[in-house]
Design a binder for this molecule. Structure first.
Ligand code: KG4
Ligand code: ZN
Length: 342
């Protein structure tokens, strides 16, 4: 079974081709980051318009790279939510129209399920059941993943997502957007002993997160250094280091609890923040020592991409899922737990 996947939920146009026998045949991405950077974040209307510009050329490129003609396709999977409504509509309408023209099924895919399944695209993929840590710009969740579509919430952020916290902290320090990779790079030069930021909600039981307080802590630390304009390169690096460590250690503590609560032996991590090298290393170290297998995708499959959508769509199509009718519906908000096992 060969499936074309389309991702347009935010500021990345992703298209990929996945074959259930041969694996990932082609994967292309156009990132709008440069366009949104001057506004300090994603501008939804600009995002939608740019998806319109990029999508068809990327599809052509991927089909050519994958040596695939439309008649070789068994379906088109597209991100139907959650995300920016206008951006989602571009992918959904394109997928639905082409699937109709090519007489193949179109399948809506949940963006976060795409992330969750991305680590399974790697060699020696983990098998269900496992604990999943989903850490992106919009979500921070710990799930008990028992089977495809069978996800149970263990904990989630009560306010900002982990990636959002990175982005906001970076903005305060004048580092630009997106903040995660910039803070992470700066933190390498940071002195780990200069500042200590709190590990929110770790002093009470449970697996929920709260990252908005770290923002205030960051702001106060910047003020104590004389304000954002007065920060030296070393101040920035030291704050970045303290901030990153606080987020990473908080995630590690909650993951440890999730492994104990679920009794599973595998942790799967995905979403943009899973690209963070310190987080990867600390989870390997802290959970590996307890005999837990920690799995995460290659860097390019951590952030938004078409491959994860093609893959999730292929698994669902192979399991017999179909969407009736020619309508399209996208959902800006769509709780992952509404999916049903198939
Ligand atoms: O999954 P993703 O590409 O988009 C969403 O679905 O939200 O995640 C983007 C988020 C951004 O907040 C970005 O700052 C963060 O992932 N991110 C990182 C790193 N790379 C991306 N955060 C920390 N360290 C990184 N290396
Ligand atoms: Zn994402």
């Amino acid at each position: 079974m060969r499936v074309l996947g389309i991702e347009t939920s935010c500021d990345e146009t992703g298209v990929a081709l996945y074959d259930t026998e041969q694996g990932l045949l082609a994967d292309a991405l156009y990132s709008q980051v440069g366009m949104h950077a001057e506004f300090g974040g994603v501008v939804p209307e600009l995002a939608s318009r740019d998806h319109v510009r990029r999508l068809l050329p990327l599809m052509r490129q991927v089909l050519e790279q994958g040596g695939t003609a439309p008649e070789d396709l068994d379906g088109i999977a597209y991100t139907a939510g959650p995300g920016l409504a206008g951006a989602l509509l571009v992918g959904a309408a394109t997928a639905r129209a082409l699937a109709f023209a090519w007489d193949i099924p179109a399948l809506p895919v949940h963006h976060m399920e795409g992330h969750l399944l991305a680590p399974l695209l790697e060699a020696d993929p983990p098998a269900f059941p496992f604990v999943a840590l989903l850490v992106s710009g919009g979500h921070t969740m710990l799930l008990d993943a028992r089977a495809l579509g069978d996800y149970h919430l263990l904990g989630e952020s009560v306010d900002d997502a982990a990636g959002e916290a990175f982005d906001k902290a970076a903005k305060m320090m004048g580092l630009g957007y997106p903040g995660g990779p910039r803070i992470s790079a700066l933190a390498q030069q940071g002195n780990p002993d200069r500042f200590t930021f709190p590990r929110p909600m770790t002093d009470r039981p449970g697996m929920d997160f709260s990252f908005s307080g770290l923002k205030t802590y960051c702001l106060n630390t910047i003020a104590a250094c004389g304000g954002a304009e007065a920060l030296s390169e070393q101040d920035r690096a030291d704050i970045a280091r303290a901030f990153e460590t606080a987020v990473v250690e908080t995630l590690v503590i909650k993951c440890r609890r999730a492994m104990e609560a679920s009794g599973h032996g595998t942790l799967v991590m995905a979403g943009g923040v899973s690209a963070n090298t310190r987080l990867r290393a600390r989870l390997d170290e802290a959970l590996g020592a307890k005999g837990v297998r920690v799995c995460y995708p290659r860097q390019a499959l951590c952030t938004d991409n078409g491959a994860m959508i093609a893959f999730a769509g292929a698994l669902r199509l192979a399991a017999g899922e179909r969407q009736e009718g020619l309508g399209i519906s996208v959902r800006a908000r769509w709780p992952l737990m509404e999916l049903a096992p198939i």
